[in-house]
Design a protein around this ligand. Structure first.
Ligand SMILES: Nc1ncnc2c1ncn2[C@@H]1O[C@H](COP(=O)(O)OP(=O)(O)OP(=O)(O)O)[C@@H](O)[C@H]1O
Ligand SMILES: [Mg+2]
Length: 221
């Protein structure tokens, strides 16, 4: 869990930045229910999974009941971030029509209260799975049972998956790795999300090019 600064180094500026993201989410929650939160970015490797894990951790440390689920069926990595197996995950759950018995698919890790559901076996049709009634049903039961569901997804500038899931979730956070993603591509990703009426909660600038990497998180509504 070394990449989860909120756990590994709670006093660090990075952990502090995640606490301010958490506060923004809580404020966004006043007017409208923000329970299911998609994390995406324009390109791959911008820090989506890292940001998803840290946001989930900071929400759960404040006492909220949090699920972190891996909907990046193309390059699943939530399990790697938490150091757990990806043997039984969302795709397996959906194949078994187990939306209402999802508890059997939850993994816990020592030192964390987050309930994790990994991606499961890599499917041939990720976009179809994300559009399916079963997937929406799963989100429905998770929304009933949790305060927050943090959802890791593939890059919205490359494949359609994050746009699809953003149509039936409450909010989307766009991670931008400054110095890595081209401004045009980041803008286009934002437009893509707006075009499906995603509610963009904010943009997390994840600037970790080179060694000046530790305290460069910003968040704005
Ligand atoms: N702020 C940061 N400082 C240093 N390293 C970081 C930071 N954010 C992410 N990384 C590292 O960058 C790499 C990519 O991060 P991550 O896997 O979170 O990105 P991703 O957007 O989920 O990638 P993918 O598109 O492949 O799913 C990882 O090795 C991660 O540890
Ligand atoms: Mg990832």
């Amino acid at each position: 869990m070394d990449n989860i600064a909120v756990y590994a180094d709670p006093k660090s500026p990075v952990a502090e930045a995640y606490r301010s993201i958490r506060t923004s989410i809580q404020f966004a929650n006043i007017d409208q229910t923000i329970k299911t939160i998609v994390i995406t970015s324009a390109k791959s490797g911008e820090g989506k999974t890292t940001v998803a894990a840290n946001i989930a951790a900071s929400l759960s440390l404040l006492g909220s009941k949090v699920a972190a689920i891996d909907c990046d069926f193309r390059k699943p990595s939530v399990h790697k971030m938490f150091g757990i197996s990806n043997k039984k995950g969302i795709t397996d759950l959906l194949l078994s029509h187990a939306e209402n018995e999802y508890e059997g698919y939850i993994r816990k890790i020592p030192g964390s209260d987050i309930d994790i559901i990994t991606a499961g076996q890599i499917p041939s049709n990720p976009a179809e799975i994300l559009s399916s009634k079963s997937m929406k049903g799963l989100l429905g039961v998770l929304r009933r049972d949790y305060d927050y569901v943090v959802i890791d997804t593939p890059p919205v500038g490359i494949v359609t998956d994050a746009s699809i899931i953003s149509t039936y979730t409450d909010g989307t956070i766009l991670v931008c790795s400054s110095g890595y993603v081209e401004v045009d591509m980041a803008r286009k990703a934002k437009r893509t999300l707006e075009n499906v009426n995603a509610r963009i909660l904010g943009i997390v600038l994840n600037n970790f090019i080179g060694e000046h990497n530790k305290d460069n998180y910003y968040y704005y509504e």
